[in-house]
Design a protein around this ligand. Structure first.
Ligand SMILES: NC(=O)c1ccc[n+]([C@@H]2O[C@H](COP(=O)([O-])OP(=O)(O)OC[C@H]3O[C@@H](n4cnc5c(N)ncnc54)[C@H](O)[C@@H]3O)[C@@H](O)[C@H]2O)c1
Length: 249
């Protein structure tokens, strides 16, 4: 069988590790040229090296995703370099609220990174995709985007990602561009590393999921690849739970 993204171009934000890196690698394995970005140079370079080891055309940039000018320039730069943009995974995010954090503290920062940056990146991506009459976007929400889990910044921003996803899906439905979201449960990534290393916390997180375990980054990457691919050609505006049954309880 041919590769799903042969001759195509994909970009991934927050690709210095975790879900972003796993998804960037999957895009490369499926034949795409892949552009990645993240906050710091070291993790970006590591991901680019991994992609190049798969013989993929790849490059990366390090910048803060809340820097609107840099974020737009990154998206425009991908199209300037490779002449097209077929798939985008807007995934950079933070989870800074701990159970003991006073309710509402740090709200603006979490909203900026997790929600506003998704709108800014989508606005640039949609411009190019609509002009070409094709493209697919996936945004990273969370089970916290469909339930009351977590603090107001994380929960509110992840709900916002679903709203942004649906709004963009409606606006571009007739222009050949599909927009969806993934809603992961607890996944083993650097974000959950500390908790996953504590046996008691790891057991609690595993038990939250009917499948009795945390998810793996590859399980989310596979869902993103599916949603961006032609196999999902009639799916738009959908928040897809990748959560071992968490939201079905
Ligand atoms: N791991 C989980 O259990 C889980 C569950 C649901 C949703 N998510 C979401 O998945 C996404 C990816 O998270 P992950 O689990 O892979 O963790 P992660 O921490 O490995 O990945 C997030 C990436 O975003 C980058 N980032 C954060 N702030 C940034 C900024 N201002 N500018 C540029 N890059 C920035 C980080 O450097 C990091 O590499 C996030 O949006 C997160 O909220 C994760």
């Amino acid at each position: 069988m041919g590769k799903l993204f042969e001759g195509q171009v994909a970009l991934v934000t927050g690709a210095g590790g975790g879900l972003g890196r796993a998804t960037a690698i999957s895009f490369a394995q499926e034949g795409a040229k892949v552009a990645v970005c993240d906050l710091n140079e070291g993790p970006v370079s590591e991901t680019v090296a991994m992609l190049q080891n798969l013989n993929a055309d790849a490059y990366g940039e390090a910048f803060d995703i809340t820097d609107e000018t840099r974020a737009e320039a990154f998206v425009d730069g991908v199209v300037a370099r490779w002449g097209r943009l077929d798939a985008a995974f807007n995934n950079a995010g933070i989870s800074t609220e701990m159970p003991m954090t006073p309710w509402g503290e740090g709200f603006d920062m979490v909203m900026d990174v997790n929600a506003r940056s998704v709108m800014v990146c989508m606005r640039a991506e949609l411009r190019h995709m609509a002009a070409a009459g094709r493209g697919a976007i996936v945004n990273t929400s969370s089970v916290a985007g469909m339930s009351g889990l977590s603090g107001p910044g994380y929960c509110g921003s992840k709900h916002a990602v679903i709203g942004l996803t649906r709004s963009a899906a409606m606006a571009y439905a007739t222009q050949g561009v599909r927009v969806n979201a993934v809603c992961p449960g607890a996944i083993v990534t650097p974000m959950t590393e500390a908790a996953a290393k504590d046996p008691q916390a790891a057991a609690i997180m595993a038990q939250m999921h009917p499948m009795g375990r945390m998810g793996q980054a590859q399980e989310v990457a596979d869902a993103v690849i599916f949603l961006c691919s032609s196999k999902a050609s009639f799916i738009t505006g959908h928040p897809l739970a990748v959560d071992g049954g968490y939201l079905a309880r």
